[in-house]
Design a binder for this molecule. Structure first.
Ligand SMILES: O=C(O)CCC(=O)C(=O)O
Length: 294
């Protein structure tokens, strides 16, 4: 499904009713060229710049996902886009009374043929940020059709509050609740939202988390699944797929239930995600004054 909306009042009514809206051509062709060039340079350098993290999950023959975070927190085109006037204007629509602060940025690469599914979840289930009203700009850097791992969204699900989530191992075995609680507490201390160096205590726990996602996942995808929370299947009825052209964006609420399908195509699928929160937000009880303000 695609949608093209122009007026701010249309976008606002989509936001309130569905918990998301689509912006066609948020990025120009020039923007795309510059972003892809920066990404190419990072992915082809053994040592990435300070503040940027690159994790490849799965074996080298069959990687299932790659995540590059911190690009919008450092100089360069990703930061320019994340802090752009276009995004600022849209954020004003969502947070009319507040400034938007950048909370998280990540580029998600789903490798050709082996890119994995991500279970249906709400981002606010992962993030200890209150109130639970963040929003994410999910920007297609490649064309995304049915076979390229589109986002799957459940319109209106943002109105359900933060739902219970579980971890499923081998798609069948539910991870015990007590362990899940411990895992989530450790996860929050390690840092959340992909920018662990900012949101976590840093050091050992963040490194363990990265090891779990990166190195251990080469032994078994099970380790990666430990980081993949899911709502129950009853919460996913009415799901729609979003097919986008490179440069289009979907902006969605942090309580919107969403996931993505595997990449069965012969090309990589790449999306840049920038997430924002209003000034009055707190992370684990602390105010967010250190996070970049737009
Ligand atoms: O890019 C994707 O496939 C989904 C990403 C996602 O769901 C997330 O980062 O919360």
């Amino acid at each position: 499904m695609t949608g093209s909306k122009s007026s701010f009042s249309d976008l606002l009514s989509d936001w309130e009713r569905d918990g998301f809206f689509v912006i066609k051509e948020l990025l120009s062709q020039d923007d795309l060229i510059l972003l892809r060039a920066q990404l190419f340079a990072i992915r082809n350098t053994a040592r990435v710049q300070t503040g940027v993290r690159r994790v490849v999950v799965g074996s080298s023959q069959s990687p299932i996902i790659e995540k590059i975070s911190g690009l919008a927190f450092t100089e360069g085109k990703f930061r320019d886009v994340a802090m752009s006037d276009k995004i600022k204007r849209l954020l004003k629509l969502i947070y009319p009374q507040s400034d938007g602060h950048l909370f998280r940025d990540v580029v998600v690469v789903k490798p050709a043929r082996s890119g994995c599914r991500l279970s249906a979840h709400q981002d606010s289930a992962y993030w200890p940020v209150k109130p639970t009203n963040l929003c994410s700009f999910w920007i297609a850097l490649t064309d995304i059709k049915q076979e390229n791992s589109p986002l799957v969204l459940i319109p209106g699900s943002h109105k359900r509050g933060v739902l219970p989530h579980s971890i499923w191992l081998f798609d069948r075995i539910k991870f015990p609740k007590t362990f899940l609680r411990v895992l989530m507490a450790v996860n929050a201390r390690a840092g959340v939202g992909d920018n662990y160096q900012i949101t976590g205590t840093g050091g050992v726990l963040s490194r363990v988390k990265l090891t779990l996602m990166g190195r251990l996942s080469r032994l078994s995808k099970l380790f990666f699944r430990l980081t993949d929370l899911a709502v129950s299947s009853e919460e996913t009825s009415g799901a729609i797929q979003l097919h986008l052209t490179a440069g289009d964006a979907v902006v969605f609420h942090s309580c919107l239930v969403h996931g993505s399908t595997p990449n069965t195509s012969d090309v990589e699928r790449i999306a840049a995600i920038f997430s924002y929160m209003p000034s009055e937000s707190t992370i684990k009880g602390s105010l967010i004054s250190d996070f970049p303000k737009l």
